[in-house]
Write a protein that binds this ligand. Structure first.
Ligand SMILES: [Zn+2]
Length: 110
């Protein structure tokens, strides 16, 4: 596909700008397109700082949740022991003399 000349580029920009106006889009964008020299990007350093702060905060928050599995495991273990079951395999422990599960060998203490 051959490259467009500067005049052809200008014509295409003007046609596209007219199309945007006819279709009801913003006249500001249409005029920006018509001029063809609009600054469309701007580097925002505060955006980098914001993203870095957000990623740091999110990472610290996720790391701080490391205690949750241990607490859930401990509660599950206590609940099963309280119900008279082995905390690992849920084997019925009623009447067992030893402190070790005969099914899985788990040491039975709270
Ligand atoms: Zn067991």
């Amino acid at each position: 596909m051959p490259a467009l000349s500067a005049d052809q580029h200008r014509t295409v920009r003007e046609l596209c700008a007219d199309y945007l106006i006819v279709k009801g889009y913003s006249r500001e964008y249409a005029e920006l397109l018509r001029r063809g020299d609009g600054q469309t990007t701007k580097l925002r350093w505060t955006g980098y700082a914001h993203n870095a702060a957000l990623l740091t905060t999110g990472s610290v928050f996720l790391i701080s949740l490391g205690w949750v599995p241990a607490v859930v495991h401990q509660r599950t273990r206590r609940g099963r022991l309280g119900a008279g079951l082995c905390p690992r395999c849920r084997y019925q422990l009623a009447g067992l003399p030893s402190g070790i599960c005969p099914e899985c060998g788990e040491l039975l203490r709270a």
